[in-house]
Write a protein that binds this ligand. Structure first.
Ligand SMILES: [Zn+2]
Ligand SMILES: [Zn+2]
Length: 217
């Protein structure tokens, strides 16, 4: 079987053809702390207003793309309809974006799913996306981080509700045996999930936390 582009379905030499690649919603400039898209004219290294007022508990964040069509549709198809053929294309974009991270990542923590949701979905998209990144960086994926709280779906809930939903959502078995931990997630929306996870990781021994996401809303 010849390889096909995950987005347009046409035969291609890699999982993402050049035409579809050009059409992706690339970020022009972004906040180095939270990966929020900023106007293209923003000088490099400038944080967004929110991070200037109160920096998040992670030191850096990189997103491959803006959370817009067709990436939003691809991520939803992957998660909710198990369109696993998107994984090579999407994880490839994540590996590329990882080159923009601060150096010295020691280990990766994909945002864990609660076991109830894991059972229903059958796979954790963040883990599947993170595996090729771990291979590219030559670092392990830590498996001792759990989502301890079964939180309702967050789309539609406001920031305050999200924060309350995520209170102590994560737990670590033992200690985090790494200095610089990279959180990998598919989509960063408000950043509350990554905030909560970063706080948990730092409480358990991590000194530095970076975030790598496929898309930033
Ligand atoms: Zn294509
Ligand atoms: Zn920011």
């Amino acid at each position: 079987m010849p390889q096909r582009c995950a987005f347009c379905g046409l035969p291609a030499e890699c999982p993402l053809c050049n035409g579809c690649r050009d059409d992706l919603p690339w970020q022009e400039a972004s906040c180095p702390r939270c990966a929020l898209a900023l106007p293209a004219t923003t000088p490099p290294g400038t944080s967004c207003a929110t991070c200037q007022l109160g920096p998040p508990p992670f030191e850096a964040a990189v997103a491959a793309l803006d959370y817009r069509f067709p990436v939003d549709a691809a991520i939803r198809a992957l998660k909710f309809q198990r369109r696993l053929y998107y994984l090579p294309a999407l994880s490839g974009l994540l590996v590329e974006a990882s080159a923009r991270l601060p150096p010295g990542v020691d280990a990766i923590v994909p945002v864990p799913l609660h076991r109830f949701r894991m059972m229903r979905r059958g796979f954790n998209q963040s883990l599947e996306l993170a595996l090729p990144v771990a291979k590219a960086l030559g670092v392990p994926v830590l498996s001792n981080v759990r989502r301890t709280l079964h939180t309702p779906y967050q789309s539609g809930s406001n920031r305050v509700e999200r924060r309350r939903n995520l209170k102590s959502a994560f737990g670590v078995r033992g200690r985090i045996d790494a200095r610089h931990v990279l959180i990998v997630d598919d989509v960063v929306t408000t950043g509350e999930t990554c905030r909560e996870l970063a706080v948990t990781l730092k409480r358990s021994g991590a000194e530095q936390v970076s975030v790598l996401a496929l898309a930033r809303a």
